[in-house]
Every structure is written in structure tokens, then in C-alpha cells.
Write a protein that binds this ligand. Sequence first.
Ligand SMILES: [Zn+2]
Length: 437
Amino acid sequence: MSVVWIGVDDTDSKKRGCTTYVGAQIIKRLESRGYSLSGYPKLVRLNPNCSYKTRGNAAISMMVEIENEDFEDVKDTVLGVVEEFSEMGEDETDPGVVFYKGDPPQILREFYWHTVRDISSIDLAMKIIREIGAEAFWWKTGRGVIGALAAIGVDLSKKKTYELIAYRRKEYWGAVRMIDEESVWEMDKATYPLTFDNVDKDSGEIRIAPHTPCPVLFGIRGLNPEILKKAYSMVKVYEPVEFYVIYETNQATDAHLQPVKICEAKDGVSAIIRGYVKTKPRFTVGGHVFFELEDETGKIHCAAYEPTKNFRHIVAQLEVGDEVIVYGAVKLKPQGLTVNLEKIEVLSLVDIFSVEPPLCDNCGRKMIKIYEEMYMCKECKTSSSTPILRKVQRTIRPGVYEVPPSARRHLSMPLALSRYYEHRQGTPNLIQSPNLP
Ligand SMILES: [Zn+2]
């Protein structure tokens, strides 16, 4: 017995299709031919900032146990499914499939980390494929080979989560999803934070179902397969579920983020930057909030965009001089490099003061402002340049703030999860199923 790793990417398009569904069909087809998976299939989110990405930028990988003579049959089976289920007619769909026999070498791990945090090229992917003796298949530009290779190299040793994805029967694709919302709230109550992002408490919406005409009925995210099965059993739906698959994933692990100095930040990379608020946050037309952040190496713009809703009002309370850590994707915008905020940690707050005219030494009346920092008593004509400063209570507190679930990146770790980990002083491995490989 040996194992073969299969990586698949970019079978979907912005409009429709779903890489996880192709993955699920591969699993079904392989199992029907007598093969079995070793461990859970992987759902791997890659750099969310690639300009050519589909909405979720997801790739799939899985490890299959084979006898050596079965390798050709496994390849034929997988490639057949990809051809059958990919959205080949769509411009942005560039499927890629990679096969690799044995355990992924270190260079694949490194390629994964590079692809989740930076932009990897087809050339680099092809070079590694040649070096390690993997086999790649692609249609059209071959861009899908990058994600397929990175998905095989996925490193979940530090943090991982799981997602249970339930798929619809084909005759229901495109129809409104009939999910009992009440049952989702009940499920959330019973399983949160071991499951997360089920609902958006601010907007009152349930979050488990997509709104696209794709084959996904709903997906539940959580920290172990057992809690997902329990949560799944609690969700009531009024259509038949075709089947479900539990994926092991890098979602909600912050795998895309890396600490950088401002001078090192570049377009397309997701960053963690510690610095001081340089300009007072301001709302712009369109409802976005912008401010500048400074560290010892430079300045960078930060943005909380309109879809981040209440998060913008937190950011707007910052004052010049506050010390913060910002988390988010760096993008080159007309105003310059801009961090699209996903989270912000407020470390320390400056004191702020209200400025009031002083009282007249002579008569005790409140003076009036005659021009910038110059006050005068209307009666006595005495003047002063020393206003009364009153400390103003800050409305924001030190702590970590995040965007609502509706605006969260797949890779972003929800605060509830960070707090859970801190509390447990460990990683989700601590509550991993004993059945796991
Ligand atoms: Zn006076």
C-alpha cells in the first residue's frame, strides 16, 4: 500500500460552480471504485488578494490509499470528474490537477505558505512539480496548478478547523434554499463557539447558506468533526440533502496574515502591523472610514469599508496617537497602499481634551474666542491665550475588534475562536477526534 495526494483547483468561476463540489464528486467516484481516503479531505483557502481569484479562492486536496498498479486508474478517475464537473466554458476557470505519491516534502509546505500569504507564479509551481516528481494536468492557462500544488502542501499542524458541507440534488440547484432559520439559531446556541459563523447577531441573518446558485445547500464551520455532525443533525431543511462531506481546512486560522513593518508591506499581501494612528479617522462618501497609520518605518492608509458596518464606528473613534495593531489585506489604491481592515487591536489610548474659552480674571465671565487660540472678555476687554482643557472620556476601550461575519474573510479567525484558544491555552488539536489519523 502507498498513498497518492491529489490536489485540485480553479474548477469554478465567479458566476457558478464550486471547487468543493468537484472535490466531493471525486471522493464519491473514487470510493465507488473501491479506494479509500486517508484522513479528511482538505479545503484549502489561498491568498484572498489574488486579482484573478474566484470568490472564495478555495482548492481541494486529499490523500488516497492505493496499490501501485492502481495509480493510472486513480488519475483517470479524477481527471474524468474534473472534466465533467468543471465550468470549462467560463473565462476565469482554469482547472489544474496535481498528483503526488508519498508524503509531501518540505518544499511543498513552503510553497503552501507562500501561496496563502503571497502571490505564486505558474512558473514556480511547474519548477517545483518537476523537482519533486509530481504530475500536473491542466486546462487552458494552467493557473489552477498553483492552487492544486499548494493544497497538497497545506500545513495544518499549527491550527485547523473543519467544515461540513451539505450538497443539494441537481434538480434544486438555483432554487431558493428552504432552511428553517429557527433551527439554525438553536443549533448555534447549542454548539457555539465550537461551531462558528452560523449567524450574524447584528443583522439577524443566518450565515450557513450561500446565496449563489451553486450546489452547496449549507456549510457549518467548527473545531471538530463530532460537533459538526451534532450541529448538522439540528439543522432542519425542507429539501433532500444529496450528501455531505467534512473537510479539514485552514479556514478561520489567520494563516494568511504575517507581521510586517510598514516599509515591508506590499500589494497583495495580508499583514499584521503595529503602529500609531497618524490622522483622525474620517468617513468618506460611500460610508468608508479611512485613517493613516505610522510606525518607525513609514506611513500606510487603513480602511474600514462600508460592508464592515458597525466595525467602522469603532474605527472612527480612534484618535491621533492611539497605539493599535491592524490586521488585513494590503492593496494598492489611488491614495497609496491601503490595509483593508479585518481586525484591529487597540493597545493604548491617548488622553483627549475639549477646549473651552477661559474665564475673565477681572469679572469672572466666560471669554469669547476672537481668533485661533485668542480669547477676550467682551466687558473688560482683557485677553488670554490659555483655554480651559477638559479631559474627555474616550468612548472606545483597549481590546480587539473585528468585522461582522458577513464581511469576514474565509481565512480570518473570528474573535470568539481566538478567545476560545486563549482560554484553552492550546490549539484545536486538543479537542480533536480520537479517530483522526
Ligand atoms: Zn471681564
